[in-house]
Design a binder for this molecule. Structure first.
Ligand code: PLP
Length: 443
């Protein structure tokens, strides 16, 4: 309560703005993910690794716009590309050179030859699922229990259930996440546990027996929405083998992992090639841009015109110009060395705190992404996450960070994202805030 009151006392202007914002903006925010109890934090500006709210509070930004801002705020390289493009016109709904240069760069990084663009992660997963359905002529899809893939009907299933609803791991129920999802679509999305290839095959065989063979499995190769849960050795290889044998499309959702955990995302880091990847967030240099990549075979349903992969703003010139500058000039091999250096410093620092105070948690991360998982045991899937995770500690950690000038992603399941503008000082601020919390709590 003390830390909570302390933060509220720093957010006076935000509170005033909230009063005005609520009049015509639902809850005073543009998206429900921007809510904070008792009122949201209204932002003023960002520069490099830092962000300032309307009260003038300055923070090192580890939230980084839910993991989009790996290039840092107001990055001049992106700024120059966007300004140049703006001067030549911002929207035509026609292809330009940047479109195929970016596609070529993504092909190189992810090892998938064919690409299309969207405007967000949700659009990317929505289109990828449609392509997989068209390619296989099957309707049901599979996803990992507890995972998030955006806000359209097919994937707003079995995301954050109460533990008591989970039931038998082999017979996980398809549960809608929030209202407004048609009852008829719910059973078309079938959840399976992460890191359990046997359960996956068992469920596929069961579905085939019922005449409901699945079109695809959509998954993050390394889970990023229940803290960070890496794949166990051999799991992704087994998933690849199973999905191939059962004629399914394997989609790696790289909206969070792509371009952050390594230059070629989880696909290259873990060395298992999916049939498709979906991307957004870090791709667009801070502008709304998504992409879908796939094999020649799977993407043939787009090229033949069978699937309408469309959108007025898909491949918007401003966004693609920003993505090109981001890929060519910002996310260079040096940037990934920088992420690795900083992430090691952060994880080592947090691990030292965990050991010093006998704290129930451990640090985990790759590239620009990492977190302290607050659990006394290792988390391997959603069930172990719900059993172990300490949302009270997450909330406290967030408050300690915010009160010490460190903007961390809110939510028990989120992780930090580094940018090329972060430095040792920013990481030490994070570690010090965490150490202070551990000290106050454990001593
Ligand atoms: N897929 C994953 C793995 C995500 O984490 C998210 C968003 O957090 C999405 C898809 C949806 O992306 P967007 O919010 O851009 O629609």
């Amino acid at each position: 309560a003390k830390e909570s009151d302390r933060l509220d006392a720093k957010l006076v202007r935000s509170r005033e703005m909230y009063g005005k914002a609520r009049e015509h903006l639902c809850n005073g925010v543009a998206s429900s993910y921007q809510l904070r109890d008792p009122w949201p934090i209204y932002v003023d500006h960002g520069e490099g690794s830092r962000v300032w709210d309307v009260d003038g509070n300055e923070y090192y930004d580890f939230h980084n716009g839910f993991g989009a801002m790996v290039q840092g705020h107001a990055n001049p390289v992106i700024g120059e590309a966007v300004n140049k493009r703006f001067a030549k016109g911002t929207h035509f709904a026609l292809p330009d050179e940047d479109d195929f240069v970016v596609a070529g760069e993504l092909s190189e990084r992810f090892g998938l030859p064919k690409w299309r663009y969207t405007n967000s992660g949700s659009e990317s997963t929505m289109d990828a699922i449609r392509i997989a359905r068209a390619y296989t002529h099957r309707d049901p899809i599979m996803k990992i229990f507890g995972s998030y893939h955006g806000h359209h009907d097919a994937v707003m299933i079995s995301i954050a259930e109460d533990y008591d609803k989970i039931g038998d791991r082999l017979h996980l129920r398809s549960l809608p996440y929030g209202a407004g999802i048609p009852a008829a679509t719910i059973p078309l999305t079938v959840p399976v546990p992460f890191n359990d290839a046997e359960a996956l095959e068992h469920r596929i065989v069961e579905m085939e027996g019922e005449g409901n063979a699945p079109a695809c499995l959509i998954m993050e190769a390394c889970l990023m929405n229940m803290s960070i849960v890496p794949p166990e050795p051999g799991y992704l290889e087994a998933v690849r083998d199973i999905t191939t044998r059962h004629g399914m499309v394997l989609i790696f959702d790289e909206v969070k992992t792509g371009l952050t955990i390594g230059p070629g995302g989880a696909t290259k880091l873990f060395g298992v090639r999916p049939d498709m990847v979906t991307m957004a967030k870090a791709l667009g240099g801070g502008l709304p841009m998504g992409a879908i990549g796939g094999t020649e075979e799977v993407m043939s349903v787009v090229e033949s015109g069978e699937v309408y992969q469309v959108g007025t703003y898909s491949g918007n010139p401003l966004c693609v110009a920003a993505a090109r500058a981001n890929l060519e000039k910002v996310l260079t091999p040096d940037a990934y060395d920088h992420f690795d250096h900083l992430n090691k410093r952060l994880m080592d620092g947090c691990t030292e705190v965990v050991h010093r105070y006998g704290f129930p948690g451990y640090a985990v991360g790759f590239g620009a992404k990492g977190c302290v998982t607050f659990s006394p045991h290792k988390i391997v899937d959603y069930v172990t996450f719900r059993q172990g995770q300490r949302s009270d500690l997450n909330q406290l950690c967030w408050l300690y960070a915010m009160n010490r000038g460190v903007f961390m992603t809110p939510g028990r399941e989120e992780e930090w994202t580094l940018s090329v503008a972060h430095d040792d000082k920013a990481c030490d601020a994070y570690i010090n805030a965490f150490a202070e919390m551990a000290h106050d709590l454990m001593s």
